[in-house]
Design a protein around this ligand. Structure first.
Ligand SMILES: Cc1cc2nc3c(=O)[nH]c(=O)nc-3n(C[C@H](O)[C@H](O)[C@H](O)COP(=O)(O)OP(=O)(O)OC[C@H]3O[C@@H](n4cnc5c(N)ncnc54)[C@H](O)[C@@H]3O)c2cc1C
Ligand code: FES
Length: 256
């Protein structure tokens, strides 16, 4: 499906805890077309402020709806948090390059997420339900308020391990403190999304272990369509746009 503008109705919307919000939008065409790792650009209100849409990963696509899992961090996301059930939101999507589905002979799939970076992995784990590999999620957040229930991942057959910097959930430390929980083989694939230092640590770990993978990158965006080059990042293939060439890149091609 080409990227299209959708008028979507808010089916439900509200805080999940002190940090995160969950938004459900009726968008049957989008829900059918979007692939794990792709994102949408949401116009958070009808006026000119903020001028640009805000990008969000699709957390889940089911029952004719897309779901967004987000953290209000600034003007746009705070306006979004104030939008109510029944209102219409203008959404552009699907956008960007999705995750590559691992081949059937892959034995282990490791997802490494930090904070709100877990968002694209929910839909990815939905798509991996029938994959025969062992699936593992290593999830890190600053405090208990920066983590969320991993029950839906567990329901998808994903083994979950958590770490928080203050030790309020899981082990104390960064997500890299969880690397020893997994027994890597040459048939392991790793996928990561979250803060750049965390993804750089995952890249280093993957290189040391000789395993391949992908990373979903975030950059401040304007057009979201590959036209303004505002979201370009350095890679081993030269500068690439996160919105059009990504947001998913080969882990080894990223230069942190
Ligand atoms: C492909 C993609 C997928 C994303 N998916 C999600 C998601 O599923 N859930 C979610 O909560 N957020 C997601 N983000 C980040 C989200 O788009 C930003 O938090 C949002 O645009 C901030 O808008 P704002 O107006 O509230 O903040 P601003 O007022 O614009 O900025 C507030 C602070 O956030 C920083 N910031 C703004 N945009 C980004 C960005 N894109 N990446 C990193 N820092 C940023 C600014 O530097 C500033 O420090 C995603 C970003 C991208 C590029
Ligand atoms: S936001 Fe314009 S090229 Fe990516």
């Amino acid at each position: 499906m080409k990227t299209v503008q959708h008028a979507t109705r808010i089916v439900s919307h509200g805080p999940l805890n002190k940090t995160y919000y969950h938004l459900v939008l009726k968008a049957p065409l989008l829900a059918r077309a979007v692939r794990p790792g792709q994102f949408v650009q949401i116009k958070v209100n009808d006026g000119l402020e903020p001028l640009f849409r805000r990008p969000f990963s699709v957390f889940r696509a089911q029952k004719g709806c897309i779901e967004i899992f987000y953290e209000p961090v600034g003007k746009g996301t705070r306006i979004l948090a104030s939008r109510k059930k029944g209102e219409i939101l203008d959404v552009l999507g699907p956008l960007g390059r999705p995750f590559t589905m691992p081949a059937q002979n892959v034995k282990q799939i490791v997802l490494v997420a930090g904070g709100v970076g877990v968002a694209p992995f929910m839909m990815f784990s939905d798509g991996l339900k029938k994959h025969p590999a062992e699936k593992v999620l290593l999830y890190g957040g600053r405090t208990k308020a920066h983590t969320f229930s991993l029950a839906a991942f567990k329901k998808n057959g994903v083994k979950c391990f958590a770490a928080t910097e203050d030790g309020s959930v899981g082990v104390q430390g960064r997500v890299s403190a969880l690397f020893h929980k997994i027994r890597i083989s040459p048939m392991t694939r790793v996928y990561t999304c979250g803060p750049k230092p965390m993804m750089a640590a995952v890249q280093k770990f993957a290189r040391e272990k000789g395993i391949g993978g992908e990373a979903s990158m975030e950059e401040v965006m304007a057009c979201g369509l590959g036209a303004c080059l505002g979201c370009s990042i350095p890679t081993t293939r030269g500068y690439q746009t996160v919105c059009h060439d990504g947001p998913v890149f080969g882990l080894d091609e990223l230069i942190f």
